[in-house]
Design a protein. Structure first.
Length: 584
């Protein structure tokens, strides 16, 4: 069987191989990342599990001693008797092989207080418990127990205050636990063969580690390779997941109900042996697949080379059509661009005209507002004048009524004058009669005659005076009647003035309403003109964008025409290459 020789240019070979190489590279990178994530999760799971086992061992040690401490506290609270408390303290000391228990009263030892040790250690009288950290922390503790360390004894101290129901301090009970117990647990348990487990406090001091000389002397954060960076030790203690940095892993777990932590670190390479083999196998398989795919792609490209000639011919013909169409589109787009620019110029003129109309309408609006204000002022003045006319009408009515009342009083004076006239006539008659009597009386009635004469003369004077009064009263009545007629005529004129003013007020009110309508209409026209101006501006912006788009389209059409020519040249080259390959 004869195989056909594959002939392909180096550029085409590189263009075919590079995509497969990129796919292979990203596939390998993805697999390595997934594998690394699986390894990290495995490290986290195994480290957390081992630390949980160590925590259970530590808490089981504490739980027994804490129960004994609660028994001592209950006994001291109930009995408050040195002998009874001493028995309980010594009994708990016998059942525990790793802790020493003691109880101290709240009273100073020098003043009758006492301190009992489970190992029968004698406490001197000058011993002061009040300056001991385990005593002070137990008294001030927010929780039931206080936790302390003793660097001299290499132990931890857990203490508890004993208080009565009313809050009075009775004493403090505590126990010391040797830290070597925790070091043995830390040494006996590991995450991997090369890993270490340590027990530290909140400041990083060792409570248990592989080198017991570092207990309460060394610091984990100074000895460890981990670089906290921006992370504080407190944040590191609160980390809930294992931290993997390059080739090492780190994990931390707090021991429940204590302020202490378990930390572990080790090499990640202990977890990678199986996965490294898998990664190597995957890399080899991906490389083989890429090579095989490249060979297949080259064969497939060689097989399809014979079709390039036909496609080149078709492409050449289509590109010629495309070039002709592109030129026609370019010409059409240029015409459209010119038309759009003319529309833009027209819209700009229209926009200026709309702005001028808007300014004129604003002037009309201001004049209409001023007219409305003047009409309002005129209406107010008319109302004031009408009120004054009404006041004059009321005053004139009061005057007429006063004059009529005066006429009635003058009529009463007529009666009085008539009465005076009647009295004067009677007096005159009496005087006349008296004179007759005096004349008959002779010399004796001479003086009485004088009196009668004077009375008659007085009566005549009264009658003459009453005549003048009557004449004056007649004049007053005539004047009063004339005044009444004039006042009534003035009242009619005032009424006519009121009616005219009311009619004028109605006309001014109509003018006011018309001016308000004019103001409102002018405002509406201004708003419409402004809206029309905004719409014109938006249309102008849109037309400018269309003009830019048409220009871009013209440029794009020219680019298409140029590209069509380039494609035409490429088609010719394809045809030439296809023809040369067939000749070979």
């Amino acid at each position: 069987m004869k195989f056909k020789k594959i002939s392909i240019s180096p550029k085409l070979f590189i263009a075919s191989f590079i995509p497969l190489a990129v796919v292979g590279f990203f596939s390998i990178t993805f697999f390595v990342n997934v594998t690394t994530k699986i390894i990290n999760e495995n490290i986290e799971h195994q480290a957390s599990g081992v630390l949980s086992v160590v925590e259970n061992h530590v808490t089981s040690l504490f739980s027994h001693d804490l129960a004994n401490l609660n028994i001592i506290a209950s006994t001291a609270l109930e009995y408050q008797d040195k002998a009874t408390i001493s028995k309980i303290v010594k009994l708990t000391g016998k059942v525990s092989f790793i802790s020493t228990y003691y109880y101290v009263s709240a009273q100073p030892l020098s003043q009758g207080g006492f301190m009992i040790m489970s190992d029968d250690t004698e406490i001197p009288k000058n011993y002061s418990q009040f300056d001991k950290p385990w005593f002070k922390d137990a008294v001030n503790a927010e929780r039931l127990f206080a936790f302390n360390t003793d660097q001299h004894k290499k132990c931890v101290t857990i203490s508890r205050a004993v208080k009565s129901e009313d809050g009075k301090l009775l004493g403090v009970c505590a126990f010391d636990m040797d830290l070597s117990v925790f070091s043995k647990i830390a040494k006996g348990t590991k995450v991997t063969e090369k890993s270490t487990i340590s027990m530290i406090d909140g400041e990083g001091r060792y409570l248990a580690t592989k080198d017991e000389t570092d207990v309460l002397e060394g610091n984990y954060f100074e000895d460890s390779d981990i670089k906290l960076g921006t992370m504080s030790p407190d944040d590191y203690m609160k980390a809930s997941k294992a931290i993997v940095v390059k080739d090492k892993f780190y994990a931390v777990k707090r021991i429940s109900f204590t302020p202490w932590y378990l930390v572990t670190e080790g090499l990640t390479s202990d977890f990678k042996s199986y996965f490294e083999k898998s990664v190597t196998i995957v890399i080899i398989l991906v490389t083989i697949i890429c090579i095989a795919a490249t060979i297949f792609l080259l064969w497939y490209m060689e097989k399809n080379r014979s079709k390039e000639k036909i496609l080149g011919d078709k492409l050449y013909g289509e590109t010629q059509n495309l070039a002709v169409a592109a030129k026609e589109n370019a010409a059409t787009s240029q015409d459209q661009s010119a038309a759009v620019k003319e529309i833009v110029a027209t819209m700009e003129d229209n926009n200026e005209l709309s702005e001028n109309i808007s300014k004129k309408i604003k002037d009309v609006n201001s004049i209409a507002k001023k007219t409305s204000d003047d009409v309002n002022s005129g209406v107010a003045s008319l109302k004031s004048n009408i009120e004054k006319l009404h006041e004059i009408f009321d005053a004139n009515q009061h005057t007429i009524e006063g004059i009529k009342s005066l006429g009635k009083k003058i009529e009463n004076i007529w009666d009085i004058v008539t009465l005076i006239n009647s009295v004067a006539d009677q007096a005159k008659i009496i005087a006349f009669n008296a004179e007759l009597e005096v004349s008959s009386a002779g010399e004796a009635g001479k003086n009485f005659h004088i009196v009668a004469t004077e009375i008659r003369r007085l009566a005549d004077g009264i009658i003459d005076g009453t005549k003048e009064i009557k004449e004056k009263i007649n004049e007053i009545q005539q004047s009063s009647d004339s005044l009444i007629i004039a006042s009534e005529s003035g009242t009619e004129k005032i009424n006519e003035g009121c009616q005219k003013a009311t009619e004028l007020e109605a006309k001014f009110e109509s003018i006011k309403n018309a001016s308000e309508i004019t103001v409102e209409s002018a405002g509406d026209i201004t708003t419409i003109i402004q809206q029309q101006t905004l719409a014109s501006e938006q249309i102008l912006v849109t037309l400018k964008q269309i003009a830019i788009g048409v220009d871009n389209f013209t440029q794009a059409t020219e680019s298409i025409s140029s590209a069509a020519q380039n494609v035409q040249e490429i088609a010719e080259e394809l045809n030439e290459n296809g023809g040369s390959k067939e000749k070979e």
